[in-house]
Design a protein around this ligand. Structure first.
Ligand code: EPU
Length: 422
């Protein structure tokens, strides 16, 4: 099992390119199940969650060719509609195959995802929406078994603006008979890209990028190609790496509009930010201290929950107290005890933490518990003086493409080593 050894305390400097978005790739890949033929996704990140989705698609009979960052997906010969537990337990996004398989083949059997590292993550809205579209759904032996000879259009209001439910129901609705209206739909850029991709396949979707989607079902969809978005969470994480080390870095190949909430908070914390086209520079070299700055996570375009752990690490070094509240996931604070081991002063109260800034973080051996928690520990390690070890970095490899290589190119001293420690 790999770990990172970080010798922190160096300001990062330089330029780095951001990879394609993991969460967009994880939605686009299963969408190809709606057609029969060769699809291409450009700018696919090389991360373990994408490899897991790739294997799941292969298991359904899909042929894939993954060279460089171009992923070719051939859906001409699908042989199974079953997503087994062994795949779903590794990655909850596997449930995205449910809508497309059911809509195209009239049947899908998908393992029900369990809890995740930081608490329950239900999929009731996915199932309720499909039921409204006429699906018969039963749970048997840990599996969702869904049947519908032909899904039919329905009016679906999502009680919570769920990314996954929006994606699954939008995909299912493309081949349904009649019109589906999804209100309170997620407007995250990954969902807008999915709507764009489905439209390229021949789907009739209006309202993409708004909270009300209207999908008129069609009889057939066709193969299509699309270029993935830049990963806004990887981009935000690396901006914080520049800020927390008091460095000066430029991230390239990003969409600054997707980073607006993170950029405005970084500016409030004192960072100088300049944006040119698809690049964002952050300069903290002349800044005396980091201003404490509260955040409250919310749906897009609010501050993303996927940046909450990294922001918490950053606020550990602010001059004063800040409150970090996660309104999307109430219990996503598994990084906090590990940050405390590095000298942070943090108290947890229900779905928020109070972070009292300290002068320095201290190096320590710390353990990753999930993807974004591990990113926060890497950030803390980059800022801490001395030798920090971050264990169980398979979590970070799920969603960041060789993050150590990007950080090394910015001057960080971080090394991946194989370890027998768990
Ligand atoms: N929710 C329900 N019922 C549902 C679905 C969701 O109550 O049927 C609740 C969830 O419990 C949560 C909220 O709705 O409180 C939002 O969950 P959502 O469905 O939007 O999350 P998701 O689709 O499971 C995606 C990302 C997550 C990201 C969330 C929120 C992918 C593959 N995953 O998850 O990304 O945190 O949206 O933005 O797109 C990550 O990349 O680290 C990650 C966890």
């Amino acid at each position: 099992m790999d770990k990172f050894i970080i010798n922190g305390g160096l300001p990062l400097k330089g330029h780095v390119k951001i990879s394609g978005a993991k969460n967009a790739a994880l939605a686009i890949m299963p969408a190809t199940l709606l057609n029969a033929g060769q699809n291409i996704l450009y700018n696919t990140p090389q991360v373990n969650d994408v490899y897991t989705m790739n294997k799941l698609l292969n298991n359904l009979g899909v042929e894939t060719d993954y060279s460089g960052f171009t992923l070719k997906i051939n859906t001409s010969d699908i042989t199974s509609q079953v997503a087994p537990y062994e795949h779903v337990k590794k990655m909850r996004a596997s449930v995205y195959v449910l809508g497309p398989l059911l809509s195209r083949f009239g049947y899908a059997k998908v393992s029900l995802p369990g809890g995740c590292a930081w608490g329950p993550r239900p999929i009731n809205l996915h199932l309720e929406g499909l039921r409204k579209m006429g699906a018969e759904i039963e749970l048997d032996d840990g599996y969702i078994i869904a049947r519908a000879s032909k899904l039919k259009g329905a009016k679906i209001n999502l009680d919570v603006s769920s990314v996954g439910a929006t994606g699954n129901l939008m995909m299912a609705a493309t081949l349904a008979k009649g019109t589906t209206i999804i209100s309170n739909a997620a407007i995250e850029p990954e969902m807008t890209l999915l709507a764009d991709y489905l439209t390229r396949m021949g789907a009739r979707i209006s309202g993409a990028g708004t909270a009300v989607l209207e999908i008129q079902g069609v009889d057939e969809l066709y193969p299509a190609d699309i270029t993935n978005l830049p990963d806004r969470i990887e981009a935000g994480t690396i901006l914080i790496a520049g800020a927390i080390t008091r460095g000066c870095i430029t991230i390239e190949d990003v969409d600054p509009a997707h980073l607006a909430s993170v950029i405005s908070r970084l500016e409030e914390s004192g960072a100088k930010i300049s944006i040119k086209g698809y690049s964002v520079n952050i300069d903290m070299t002349d800044i005396q201290y980091i201003n404490p700055c509260d955040i409250h996570t919310s749906i897009y375009p609010g501050f993303p929950t996927d940046m909450q752990a990294q922001w918490t690490a950053y606020m550990c070094l602010a001059e004063g107290s800040s409150v970090v509240t996660d309104s999307i996931y109430v219990d996503r604070f598994k990084h906090v005890p590990e940050l405390i081991r590095m000298g942070a002063n943090i108290q947890i109260h229900e779905n928020s933490v109070t972070v009292k800034g300290v002068k320095k973080l201290k190096s320590a051996k710390v353990m990753s518990t999930d993807l974004r928690a591990s990113a926060s520990l890497v950030l803390a390690g980059l800022a801490a003086e001395g030798h920090t070890e971050v264990l169980r970095i398979y979590h970070i490899d799920r969603g960041y493409q060789r993050i150590e290589e990007k950080l090394i190119s910015l001057g960080a001293r971080i090394e991946r080593v194989t370890s027998t420690e768990y």
